[in-house]
Write a protein that binds this ligand. Sequence first.
Ligand SMILES: [Zn+2]
Ligand SMILES: [Zn+2]
Length: 281
Amino acid sequence: MSKSTLFKLKFWGTRGSIPCPGPDTVKYGGNTTSFEITCGTRRVIIDAGTGIRLLGKKIMIEEANFLDADLFFTHTHMDHIQGLPFFAPLYNPMSNVRLHAGHLGGEKYDLHGIIGTMLMKDPVFPVPSSLIEQACTFSDYDCGKVFDLGDDILISTGKLNHPNGACGYRIEYKGKAIAICTDTEHYDDRIDENVVALAKNADIMVYDSAYTDEEYPKFKGWGHSTWQEAIKVAEAAGVKQTFLFHHEPSHNDEKMDQIAKEAAKVRKGVRPAVEGEEITV
Ligand SMILES: [Zn+2]
Ligand SMILES: [Zn+2]
């Protein structure tokens, strides 16, 4: 095994709420949330929106369809889980994928129940979850937990402000950190200390920037934030690079270019996430 110390983030899906393919979204992408984080020879995946299908395709071609990874969900809204049944490595019984969710609270629902009885269940979907269950395990944890995955990989979790709950992640490897903070809404009167703690001095922060400050009042309470707030958090936390994320479906490439320009003027190292882009930390 190579002693690689590579620490890398790849955006497989950047869009929020619903996939929106088409000529107007080719630049920033139309697939919903999915991140791949490479830590040396290990792999951490966050969310299984429609973008995860493309990651699965790559694994099938380059790695003979076998996958060993941890997959953490920010939460189980549709745009973060709907790619899971199309993630091909899960149909290889030799794969070992550990699925984790921390937002459910363990009372009414658990992750296994959501995937097995709501998503991959007739008449909603023709393939039962039993066909992926040889390749994966489901576990629920209490948001706030810290995971030591071994090989110097530490994952901290923290509560976000989102309807039905969501967890943010801080992935640390070899002294560097990537923070993933989507889906979350800011507060009017204070900065969200949970988000600042996850992003503290991070090399990369990904932040829910679905709206602009001008659009936000119409969507207050929907659980999303703005690019202007991303900059406030980046400043408070001392983040190096900030990626605006969970692009609003109505924001076409032209609008995203405009946001990119305005954001870059306010703070260096702030830009919208682009589907397919890889960033080495
Ligand atoms: Zn979402
Ligand atoms: Zn959501």
